[in-house]
Design a binder for this molecule. Structure first.
Ligand SMILES: [Zn+2]
Length: 150
C-alpha cells in the first residue's frame, strides 16, 4: 500500500514538471514512424540520415560509402561519430514531434508534426523553451544546425 502511494506521488510529481501526457513517447512515435513514415513532414528529409547542408536550403545525402568511412575513422581515432561529422560539416537528421500551437497538452493529430532539427527551429525561433527541449534531445546536431544557418 505504501509502495503504491509513493509510486502515485512519483507520477504526480513527474506530471507537474511536464505538460506532456504520460504516453507521449507512444504518441510521438506514432506520428514520426507512422504518419510521417520517418521523414520530416516539412522538408521530407529521412530520419537518421546524414546530410551536408548547402547554400539556398539545398543539401545532399552522404553516401553509404562515406558514412562507412566515417565510422571507420571514428573507430581508428577512438572518438564518437559525431566528432567526425562535425569535422566534415555534416548533420545527422533527428526527427522530433512538434506541437504547432506550442501547447504540449494538445496532442491532437492536427497539432502534431514530425520535423527535423532545422524545421523545428524554424517553426518558431523565438520559442526558447522548445529550443532548449531540442537541445536536450540532440545537443550536438542542433548546435551544428544553428551554426550552419547563421
Ligand atoms: Zn525538415
Amino acid at each position: 500500500m505504501l509502495h503504491k502511494m509513493s509510486q502515485n506521488n512519483y507520477h504526480m510529481k513527474k506530471e507537474s514538471k511536464s505538460k506532456y501526457p504520460w504516453n507521449w513517447n507512444q504518441i510521438s512515435a506514432n506520428i514520426i514512424f507512422g504518419r510521417a513514415q520517418n521523414r520530416c513532414e516539412n522538408c521530407k528529409l529521412t530520419n537518421g540520415s546524414i546530410i551536408e547542408r548547402m547554400k539556398n536550403d539545398k543539401y545532399r545525402y552522404i553516401s553509404k560509402l562515406e558514412v562507412d568511412e566515417m565510422y571507420y575513422d571514428a573507430k581508428k581515432e577512438s572518438c564518437s561519430i559525431l566528432k567526425i561529422l562535425k569535422r566534415r560539416g555534416y548533420v545527422k537528421i533527428i526527427l522530433t514531434c512538434a506541437h504547432l500551437n506550442h501547447d504540449e497538452r494538445d496532442c491532437s493529430n492536427e497539432n502534431l508534426k514530425a520535423l527535423c532539427q532545422r524545421c523545428h527551429l524554424n517553426k518558431d525561433r523565438s520559442n526558447n523553451k522548445l529550443r532548449a527541449q531540442i537541445n536536450r534531445l540532440s545537443p550536438y546536431q542542433t548546435k551544428m544546425e544553428i551554426s550552419t544557418t547563421a
